[in-house]
Design a protein around this ligand. Sequence first.
Ligand SMILES: Nc1nc2c(ncn2[C@@H]2O[C@H](COP(=O)(O)OP(=O)(O)OP(=O)(O)O)[C@@H](O)[C@H]2O)c(=O)[nH]1
Ligand SMILES: [Mg+2]
Length: 303
Amino acid sequence: MRIIHGQEFDDDQVREYRTVIYNNILKGMRVLIDARQKLNIPWEDESCVKDATTVFDFSGSTKLDQSMFCDYVDSLKKLWKDSGIRTAFDRRREFQLGDSLKYFLDNIGRIGTISYVPSKQDILLARKATKGVIEHQIMIKGVPFMFIDVGGQRSQRQKWFQCFEGITSILFLASASEFDQVLMEDRKTNRLVESCNIFETIINNRSFASVSIILFLNKMDLLQEKVAAVNISQYFPEFKGDPSSLDDVKRFLCDLFDSRRRERGKPLFHHFTTAIDTENIKHVFQDVKDTILHDNLRTLMFQ
Ligand SMILES: Nc1nc2c(ncn2[C@@H]2O[C@H](COP(=O)(O)OP(=O)(O)OP(=O)(O)O)[C@@H](O)[C@H]2O)c(=O)[nH]1
Ligand SMILES: [Mg+2]
């Protein structure tokens, strides 16, 4: 939202994202190192053991600067090339790994230099879980929009009720690509099932009768890759379409959420999105604005 509405990040924020990205990379590689061992996958090159120890000793830091990160770069490059780490990466649905690690490691040549400054794309791919309730005011064509961001993790959800009063719209983001993954929180609940359950409680809540709720089925880029490799009917036997057809899978996912609505009078507003693709979001948000404004025009006019 900030990027498409021209609200640039200041130097402090960019520096903070740089540290987040460094931590994403080192912690992500730690997870792969650990998984390789636990899954009994052999090293391609045994001398990686030394590099693995170096990276594994990293325990997370909010002070990580360029020179400290650069000390890890040779090891990171070597590990990312090793087929042992790659095989563990291919089995990532069996453990918990962030979606952006591949992007960052594929770009380690650029990120691993002393003069590295995160690009807008890097910032979009950085992973930092929202803790608490964060308000952002963004001016859109002279109209102030207040965005209230809440965390989606289980521990964060009890904070949601504080922000529900006086809202005009709920933008519900669900990952469309995680039908074969389980929650980080309990390591057993299917992520898509969890998303549908939360959606059900929100969409059927009577206090939101006059709030426009818009469902975003996000991570379309990752869904496209996943559909080519994984058969959704192994996880959702009720899927009856062609598992290699992106359109069939999209329709199934949309129906899965839609079927949870008890009030059948109105259609469900939904969009298929890729949040890291600014052009896509520009286009989608144009539509969303129309929905929000249309739905709230009456209320806004009487204010
Ligand atoms: N490839 C890809 N990655 C995405 C997309 N949307 C989000 N991500 C990445 O997914 C990760 C999680 O995104 P967040 O924005 O932190 O998700 P969130 O829903 O705010 O998570 P919480 O704050 O924990 O509720 C980040 O690394 C994002 O870059 C997408 O459409 N495609
Ligand atoms: Mg968040």
